[in-house]
Design a protein around this ligand. Structure first.
Ligand code: GDP
Length: 443
């Protein structure tokens, strides 16, 4: 999970502080020593760590903390503020030109996830009612053009390509003409990558830049490469000038050193983060929400946005009505699992809830595709009546269902038990809602 190691350590440190009535300077120093270690272990640039700690110390041993009623929480607030600042403060969006098409040039090394990100970005923009055009200008990596064409087909987004014989400058120029002719308002150019930064690559990118004057040059870097990603960003920025960075594979980066250092070292904001291999796994990068995630304060806003785009609202409302009336059936159960699955991996989702980020048991609750298929098969082997009223499913019915779905009676039993528990839990939630209990953001 994102920032897992760092989040664990920081949360442990702050837990110790929170309980205290008063903090001494020594307490703050000890906590900052732990924060420093945690950041260094997360592969954050050492100079960035040094500045960060000294800024926090300055604020934390000052009057405001010592005199506050809950000094522990106040220190967490300061760290939260400073982490947010470190990652750029506020969200950095891409510039949309008032005179279309907006030209976005994606640059980066091979394997960083550039082509996939081109598809994801186009998909993201299309959902915002834009009309993107993808441009295949990576003429060196074998299959990159084909890969983009396949992505375009999947996403129903047009892809402009001239094969690998034309040079990238010509491809980019012709693509823009095509965008003008077909009223595509955003052109996303997937430029050529190399395994390493070299003169030839930079020359080529500079000529494309010169020829098409992009509104945005975005560097795609792999977050898992830590400080190497920072060096790559520094290099591209010096030679080409970047408007921002897209950090990929953040879903697999337990450390998060690149996310925390890139802005501070290069001055380039992170505009998006790749959170998985799927084409909808690209999120706008919100420094404040990321900081909250790291500190275990949750990121409910992102979760709500995710739910809004992934979940069928009408269906959700209909479902809620059913809970209330206790008419929730096995068919609905199946439906609901599908909806949750659309949100993404469950550990990512739980990580966005306050206080849930460090749940160690997350592995156990992972819903995997196979399990869903099995559940689906079991439910489909039931009669309509059984799905509506599972209480009638006796021993011989269970045997029949197991046979029909190619599973075992134990598995049918397990599912029915899960369903009953889910129903119970929903009832509890409804009761809680009625009595107006609320959860606070802080643990
Ligand atoms: P390119 O050489 O830079 O064009 O790289 P590709 O777009 O082909 O991506 C390389 C690999 O990284 C592919 O297997 C992608 O599925 C994977 N990838 C890209 N972005 C992400 C991400 O955000 N998360 C994860 N987990 N994998 C990603």
């Amino acid at each position: 999970m994102v920032f897992e190691g760092l989040a664990d350590k920081l949360q442990q440190t702050f837990k110790k502080l929170r309980g205290r009535g008063k903090l001494s300077e020594a307490d703050v120093n000890e906590a900052m020593r732990e924060v420093r270690m945690a950041l260094l272990e997360a592969d954050v640039n050492f100079k960035v760590v040094k500045d960060f700690i000294s800024r926090i110390k300055e604020r934390a041993v000052g009057q405001e903390v010592m005199e506050s009623l809950t000094p522990g929480q106040y220190v967490v607030k300061i760290v939260n503020d400073e982490l947010t600042n470190l990652m750029g403060g506020t969200q950095s969006r891409i510039t949309i030109s008032s005179k279309p098409p907006t030209v976005v040039m994606l640059v980066g090394l091979q394997g960083a996830g550039k082509t996939t990100t081109a598809g994801k970005l186009a998909h993201y923009l299309k959902k915002q009612n834009k009309r993107p055009l993808l441009v295949a200008a990576d003429i060196y990596r074998p299959a990159a053009i084909k890969q983009l064409e396949v992505l375009g087909e999947q996403l129903e987004i047009p892809v402009f390509s001239l094969g690998d014989r034309e040079n990238p400058v010509t491809i980019a120029q012709k693509a823009i003409q095509r965008a003008l002719a077909y009223a595509n308002d955003i052109v996303i150019i997937d430029t050529a990558g190399r395994l390493h930064i070299n003169e030839e690559l930079m020359q080529e990118l500079k000529s494309v830049k010169q020829a098409v004057k992009p509104h945005e040059i975005l560097l795609v870097v792999d977050s898992m490469t830590g400080q190497d990603a920072v060096t790559v960003a520094e290099n591209f920025n010096q030679q080409l000038g970047l408007d921002g960075v897209i950090l990929t594979k953040l879903d697999g980066d337990a450390r998060g050193g690149a996310a925390l250092s890139i802005k501070a070292v290069t001055g380039c904001p992170i505009k998006f983060a790749g959170m998985g291999e799927k084409l909808d796994a690209l999120e706008p990068f919100h420094p404040d929400r990321m900081a909250s995630r790291i500190l275990g304060m949750g990121d409910v806003l992102s979760l709500i946005e995710k739910a809004q785009t992934a979940i069928d609202l009408e269906k959700a409302q209909e479902m809620e009505k059913k809970f209330r009336k206790e008419e929730f059936t096995l068919d609905d159960f199946l439906d609901q699992m599908e909806q949750v699955r659309k949100l993404g991996p469950l550990d990512q989702i739980l990580g966005m809830l306050p206080g849930m980020g460090n749940l160690k048991k997350l592995q156990d609750v992972k819903i995997d595709e196979k399990e869903i298929k099995r559940i689906e098969a079991i439910i489909r082997s039931m009669t309509k009546k059984e799905r509506k009223d599972p209480a009638i499913i006796n021993g011989s019915r269970r045997k029949r269902i197991a046979l029909g779905s190619g599973t075992r009676v134990q598995e049918v039993n397990k599912l029915l038990k899960q369903f009953t528990e889910a129903r119970k839990m929903m009832k509890k939630l409804q009761e809680m809602k009625k009595s107006g209990k609320k959860n606070s953001g802080f643990r």
